[in-house]
Design a protein around this ligand. Structure first.
Ligand SMILES: C[S@@+](CC[C@H](N)C(=O)[O-])C[C@H]1O[C@@H](n2cnc3c(N)ncnc32)[C@H](O)[C@@H]1O
Length: 487
């Protein structure tokens, strides 16, 4: 393969929670569609870079089969080194051009295309949809992220000015320096009393704050093509795919419990989900979309029956300030959510459910194990749409209680060995892990040491063993909360 810009300047490779198959399956579950369980799912990532988003899936779900491909040979080589170091046998990474990819890749339950669609030339973009159309299983779900209109008009405007300034400047350092020069010039000299210039300054600041490698590829790269949702949905339809939902939270509120804005839009455009979302994009000048596609012709029932929540898992950092709450009678009990909101509840079944969810945090509770009451199902759904609780089609794949011989994620320990400060958690997120004593402690968690061994190892520098034993317990609890311990 010829060298690409991504070979010249590596793109940071990391997990994105919003692409996780458990996340993609949630709207399917609530809309009454079948989906593949993660423990034997087949997952494809198109343009996977170094595999930072799919290697953690292979690690957490040994029964799943994971394939990733990318045009950049250096990225695939780096990803393969990680796969080999972790001894994973359920993932393969390939150097392949989207233009050459087709049905011989196989059939997949989940296809992920993150950060590619808006940044590749038109034939490659069409290739993305063609490959999804060819490789998605009948009950499969695909994720595609892209820059959205109308919000990106302002970003395009800024990009055109920056690109003008970068004429004749080639290479990472020169283009980055040129971009910074222009952005600072704009911020210092464009008038604050002009509303357009004022808004553009916000984007200038955001660009200056971005990781330089991301800025180089995403904003300063050769292609930056935003789309209206209706254009994206029309293109998907050409390949036998329908817009199902958005993978991030806000859409639920509008579809399941419309705001006054959502109701007003509904009244004008009717119930068509693409039209509803499109008009909401108009009203909010949306910049970015992360859309889930399913095969055309599936029977999607968007009016959510609350019973569908029964098959899900609920999680959330909800706590009850009363040390002895009355969960049996109708007496009101106050619950506080992680984000700061609070609610007073009377229904015993719902109070018991929230108490159980709070106790299990950071783990999840199977809703089937909570009191079987329609108000519990509806209450959980409302708390989810309000952003206070999480719902998922499966439990998180990490230990919430440290085991007798605690074992940290081998991927996080590998990253630690490489001196990285951002570690991949088993919750498919990045966690900042800089504190030196904590780093030394994490390095010990290879599953061979008991808590006593850990205490002895940490007490070597002459500290009081009883004090160290307490620290070990606290460290383990903290690591479990971060999703860094294996079940
Ligand atoms: C902006 S990066 C995104 C990487 C990763 N998906 C992420 O979101 O972090 C775009 C990726 O698409 C890959 N890519 C671009 N054109 C491609 C093509 N024709 N075939 C396969 N991969 C391609 C690049 O090599 C690069 O790794």
């Amino acid at each position: 393969m010829p060298e690409t810009l991504y070979d010249q300047v590596a793109y940071p490779s990391r997990p994105f929670q919003q692409t996780h198959p458990l996340r993609l399956a949630l709207p399917a579950a609530l809309f009454g569609l079948a989906y593949a369980p993660m423990d034997r799912a087949r997952v494809l990532e198109i343009g996977c870079g170094e595999g930072g988003n799919i290697i953690p899936l292979a690690l957490s779900y040994p029964g799943a089969t994971i394939v990733g491909f990318d045009l950049a040979e250096t990225a695939i080589a780096a990803g393969r080194r990680t796969v080999e170091a972790l001894g994973l046998t359920n993932i393969s990474l390939r150097t392949l051009d989207i233009l050459d990819a087709g049905p011989d890749l196989g059939e997949f339950d989940y296809i992920i295309v993150h950060g590619v669609y808006s940044w590749v030339p038109e034939p490659v973009r069409e290739g993305v949809m063609r490959v999804i159309g060819a490789c998605l299983a009948p009950e499969g779900l695909a994720f595609v992220s892209y820059n959205a209109l109308p919000g990106c008009h302002l970003r395009l405007l800024l990009r055109e000015m920056v690109m003008h300034h970068l004429r004749g400047r080639e290479g990472f350092e020169a283009r980055l320096a040129g971009a910074r020069e222009f952005l600072n010039l704009f911020i210092a000299n464009a008038p604050d009393n002009d509303p357009t210039a004022f808004a553009i300054k916000t984007y200038c600041r955001a660009m200056l704050d971005r990781d330089p490698r991301v800025l180089f590829h995403d904003e300063l790269g050769p292609v930056f093509q935003p789309f209206y949702l209706h254009e994206f949905a029309d293109e998907a339809r050409r390949w036998g795919l329908d817009f199902l939902a958005e993978s991030e939270g806000v859409w639920w509120r509008e579809e399941l419990f419309p705001s006054s804005r959502g109701k007003a839009v509904n009244a004008v455009v009717g119930d068509d989900p693409v039209a509803l979302h499109q008009y909401l994009d108009f009203l909010t000048a949306r910049l970015f979309r992360q859309s889930i596609l399913s095969r055309t012709g599936r029977s999607v029932s968007r009016k959510v029956e609350h019973r569908r929540v029964r098959g899900l898992w609920a999680a959330g950092g909800v706590r009850c300030p009363d040390p002895a709450p009355d969960l049996v009678t109708d007496a009101p009990v106050r619950f506080e959510f992680a984000g700061g909101a609070a609610i007073s509840l009377e229904l015993p079944a719902l109070k018991q459910s929230l108490a159980a969810i709070g106790q299990a945090w950071p783990g999840a509770v199977a809703v089937a194990d909570l009191p079987d009451h329609p108000d519990v199902d509806e209450g959980l759904l409302q708390l989810f749409t309000a952003g206070h609780l999480d719902l998922a089609v499966g439990p998180p794949p990490f230990a919430t209680e440290p085991s007798e011989r605690p074992r940290a994620s081998p991927l996080a320990r590998l990253q630690l060995d490489d001196g990285e400060t951002m570690l991949t958690s088993l919750d498919h997120a990045m966690v900042l892990f800089e504190d030196e004593p904590s780093r030394r402690f994490l390095a010990l968690l290879d599953g061979t040491r008991t808590r006593d061994d850990l205490t002895a190892a940490m007490a070597k520098d002459g500290r009081d063993p009883a004090e160290v034993a307490g620290l070990v317990v606290n460290q383990l609890k903290g690591l479990a909360r971060m999703g860094l311990l294996i079940q």
